[in-house]
Design a protein around this ligand. Structure first.
Ligand SMILES: [Zn+2]
Length: 81
């Protein structure tokens, strides 16, 4: 898994479009990322309180935040969490 390095079971896995379809991203494998469902939630989250709750609950570290911000930027979301 690209962000946390945790082992994932199938039920915890989400598929994310690195470049979203509405911004021209394709469904091809090179645009898809396999993510933990909670990390996926974090990437698309816009509510600050929910963002900080998720960061605390998931034990997100600074290098992980940087990767998540890169994903958020690609989605056209405010990068800094
Ligand atoms: Zn996504």
């Amino acid at each position: 898994m690209r962000i946390t390095g945790m082992f994932l079971s199938a039920s915890e896995v989400h598929c994310h479009h690195y470049i979203p379809s509405h911004l021209g991203g394709s469904d091809k494998f090179n645009n898809l990322r396999i993510l933990h469902k909670e990390i996926h939630k974090l990437i698309h989250q816009t509510d600050t309180t929910t963002i900080y709750t998720l960061i605390n609950n998931l034990g997100i570290t600074e290098p992980m935040v940087q990767k998540i911000n890169q994903y958020r930027k690609q989605c056209g979301l405010e990068p800094s969490i």
